[in-house]
Design a protein around this ligand. Structure first.
Ligand code: GTQ
Length: 349
């Protein structure tokens, strides 16, 4: 626009002034910011530490019950996305606390959720009346519109990471939610029924869990004992991928695709001393450090990594990870959604 002569500029500004109240704007002033040659999001490469959040969460636990809060959760909001409750532009993260004897009452909503256990052992999430016993570093899903309640029958506080697609559902203005009206749903199946039927790359030929759960998403529990065993075996059998380390994606056994329509999740193991090559992708990813320590370079930002850290790798930021000791990470992203929309890209540095 700088080549325009003053008079022309003035006339254009006059035109803009007249149009603005009518909700009309010149694309030629905005095009470069709207259709960018590469992603230019506001999501920042930030990090939280679990033990610090835990202290705040326990203080909240003294002040409000899980029942009164409905969900007693501290939201991890990205400082680049103030007011959105998003940890990335499409995903949400929170840490949820359930104290011994408490129940987070049964509800369902359009949002998909995953739970990744960080502290405590033996609480449960019930999905449509089927309980999954939650052990450290287990992954549990509550797919959209499934009734779910959480209860802590163990003697210790239970804390997990909630990963939801709240900003995505908000973006589409497609949020519905309802409460069951009773604390817990009555049991519809024995605990771990789905895992027994679908958890080992098999599926029942009849009498299926999918008779009462959605056929397209029969499994909702991926125990640490199993995924860690798979990672160990992979690491013993193979050299690490130079960009990812040893990485395994959690799959939906019904179709071999991502665990939920909007969220993908994976784990990766980086051997002690391993340094990954740079890689970037369009799916901003939320990671938590399950085991070990190291260093992440995320674009221009360096983050030290230790057990309990939760950190964000924004879209199209090159990630390099150095493992000091054997490092095990869990990560989730909106890759599942982006692939369906034809948006997903990745590049190696
Ligand atoms: O457990 O259902 O962190 O509905 C945010 C919204 C957890 C849940 C969150 C939710 C839940």
């Amino acid at each position: 626009m700088s080549t325009l002569v003053n008079d022309q500029r003035q006339q254009l500004e006059g035109l803009y002034d007249e149009m603005r109240p009518k909700g009309l704007y010149p694309l030629w002033e905005h095009l470069a910011a709207l259709v960018t040659p590469e992603p230019r999001g506001q999501t920042k490469a930030v990090k939280w530490n679990f033990s610090e959040i835990r202290d705040y969460l326990m203080r909240a636990g003294d002040l409000i019950s899980a029942h009164d809060a409905e969900r007693r959760v501290l939201i991890l909001e990205n400082p680049g996305l103030p007011g959105t409750s998003g940890i990335t532009s499409s995903l949400y993260a929170g840490l949820q606390l359930i104290l011994p004897g408490e129940v987070a009452p049964c509800h369902r909503h359009s949002q998909c959720a995953l739970r990744f256990v960080l502290d405590g052992d033996g609480a449960f999430t019930a999905v449509d009346g089927e309980k999954a016993v939650m052990r450290p570093f287990d992954l549990i899903l509550t797919p959209n519109w499934q009734w779910h309640d959480h209860g802590n029958v163990s003697g210790k506080p239970m804390i997990w990471l909630d990963g939801l697609d709240i900003p995505t559902v908000h973006h589409f203005d497609a949020s519905f939610a309802e409460k069951l009206g009773q604390e817990a749903m009555s049991e519809s199946a024995p605990a771990d029924d789905s895992m027994r039927r679908y958890g080992r790359n098999l599926r029942p030929m009849r009498g299926s869990t999918a008779d009462r759960r959605p056929t397209e998403l029969p499994l909702f529990h991926y125990p640490y004992s199993e995924w860690r065993h798979s990672l160990t075996s992979l690491a013993e059998a193979d050299a690490p991928d130079p960009h990812l380390g040893h990485a395994l994606e959690f799959l939906n056994p019904a179709n071999g695709g991502a665990i939920m329509p909007t969220i993908s999740a994976h784990v990766r193991l980086l051997p002690a001393g391993f340094e990954s090559r740079g890689r970037k992708s369009t799916d901003a990813t939320v990671f938590t450090v399950v085991e070990g320590s190291g260093q992440a370079q995320i674009g221009e930002i360096e983050q030290g990594l230790k057990h309990g850290d939760i950190f964000v790798v924004p879209s199209w930021h090159t990630l390099r990870i150095r493992a000091t000791d054997e490092l095990v990470l869990f990560g989730y992203s909106d890759r599942a959604a982006q692939e369906k929309l034809g948006l997903y890209r990745e590049a190696k540095a």
